[in-house]
Design a protein around this ligand. Structure first.
Ligand code: SF4
Length: 457
């Protein structure tokens, strides 16, 4: 630990997906190893990190508002350092300095290891005057970026400060090669790279030693794990190796691309008891025309076949998905195909969004962009339909006794604990906080729209 950083505090605000949440655990781990304490109070912070998401316009706007609000704090607290991380950092780079001259450091998702050097450089500056406001076009004196290709990033060992109790996230690969026409990820996180098996196994052994019961393997397209590695291994092979690790009792993985979701993987999930009965399999749309414009590489019928195969092999499987409404060229008929898909497949839950234009992506140049009003109406219809399905599915759990991994005190009701079933349903119940991180049995008494309510037995 670097004692000269003792009493210094870092505040981290994370936008976006689980991948970003996990990246923030790595950022927190580096700060912690350098002697910083993490704070929930932004006004106490010596360093503020905003880990950004650019998957949708809305997330980007929220970030700009947040960063705008930090201007006053920065000039009132001259020693305060502000860093921007994540996908917007990677995309906008130096342009962020122009718009927000009080930002000190900009680093991309593949350069999290550079945080250590930044902290060290800052520590060594004995005479570090506050940053003067920049004139437009100036690059600024102390500002720095870490945005270059970092080809070895996927093999680096970074300290981690894990957020969850009982469950932990493990990156198995970085980047994506799929170039879905609406998605920025290949431009912000780069090409797909798998982490070496031994690194993943060692990390999970450590997680197990630290008492975690559940792991979630993370990657943009976990089903294509292994490409480019010197050892010959695929995702089912990796699952088997992880399954053998003592102490881990539940294994999950996200995200699966339907085109790479194989029969072999379904059989592996069926045969390995630690793999949880939940798959997130983004469909995005029900119309073949739209799926093709999205560059998703599967027609609806193929998607449905995989769902049927999965349900045949693992009848109790819960399947969730992502939906985009209002993609360019989506007619009423195309939209109806998505509604039909929801009725036909009956997902356990969905994440639905309105299409929004993202920089560099192919979909920007498509014809037939849909107006906001239509997109909003379609989104409401999708959400209303799914709400009925989700609630109906939740009611099927009434009276059943399910294994729950306790995550801690519920954020919405401090008197209750919250946890998840193997099928990833949220369950709330009364109980002692000491149960956090353990597996317990809960009898389901009531189904709600987004969760279940039960009692410990
Ligand atoms: S699979 Fe498609 S949606 Fe997912 S990260 Fe890759 S490009 Fe984006």
């Amino acid at each position: 630990m670097n004692h000269s950083n003792l009493n210094k505090k870092v505040y981290i605000h994370t936008f976006g997906c689980q991948m970003n949440v996990h990246d923030s655990e790595k950022i927190a781990g580096i700060f912690s190893s350098c002697g910083y304490e993490q704070t929930e109070n932004i006004k106490d912070a010596d360093v503020i990190i905003i880990n950004t998401c650019s998957i949708r316009q809305k997330a980007e706007q929220k970030f700009y508002s947040e960063l705008g609000r930090l201007k006053g704090l920065k000039y009132k607290t001259p020693h305060l350092k502000i860093a921007v991380a994540g996908c917007i950092a990677q995309q906008k780079g130096n342009a962020l300095f122009e718009r927000f001259p009080y930002v000190d450091f900009i680093f991309g998702p593949n350069n999290i290891d550079s945080v250590q050097n930044w902290i060290e450089a800052d520590r060594q500056k004995t005479n570090n005057p506050p940053i003067p406001p920049l004139s437009k076009g100036s690059k600024g004196g102390f500002r720095t970026t870490a945005l270059d290709d970092n080809p070895e990033y996927h093999t680096k060992h970074l300290p981690l400060k894990r957020e969850g109790k009982g469950r932990a996230w493990v990156s198995i690969m970085y980047g994506c090669d799929n170039f879905c026409s609406y998605c920025v990820v290949p431009y912000t996180r780069g090409r797909e790279k798998s982490r070496p098996v031994s690194d993943i196994i060692n990390e999970i052994k450590d997680i197990s030693k630290n008492g975690f019961k559940e792991i979630t393997l993370l990657g943009q397209n976990v089903n294509s794990y292994g490409k480019g590695l010197s050892e010959k291994i695929d995702f089912p092979g990796l699952l088997k190796a992880i399954h053998a690790i003592y102490g881990i009792e539940r294994i999950r993985f996200v995200t699966s691309h339907p085109k790479d979701f194989s029969e072999k993987l379904i059989e592996t999930a069926r045969d390995l008891p630690k793999i949880c009965e939940h798959i997130h399999l983004p469909i995005q749309a029900g119309s073949d025309k739209i799926l093709s414009l999205m560059n998703r590489d599967y027609p609806y019928v193929k998607y449905k076949e995989k769902v049927e195969m999965l349900r045949h092999a693992i009848p109790e499987i819960a399947i969730t998905t992502d939906i985009i409404v209002g993609f360019p060229g989506e007619t009423d008929e195309d939209f109806q195909c998505t509604m039909n898909a929801l009725k036909e497949i009956e997902f356990d839950g969905i994440f639905a969004f309105k299409y929004s234009k993202r920089p560099n992506t192919a979909a920007i140049n498509l014809s037939g962009h849909i107006n906001e009003k239509t997109k909003s109406e379609r989104l409401s219809k999708v959400l209303d339909l799914q709400a009925e399905i989700t609630y109906r599915k939740n009611t099927e759990f009434k009276g059943k006794t399910l294994e729950v991994l306790v995550e801690g005190v519920s954020k919405t009701d401090k008197n209750k604990l919250t946890g998840r079933t193997r099928s990833n349903k949220i369950v709330n119940f009364y109980g002692d906080e000491n149960h956090t991180g353990t597996l317990i049995m809960v009898k389901i008494l009531e189904a709600k729209q987004h969760s279940l309510y039960g009692e410990i037995i």
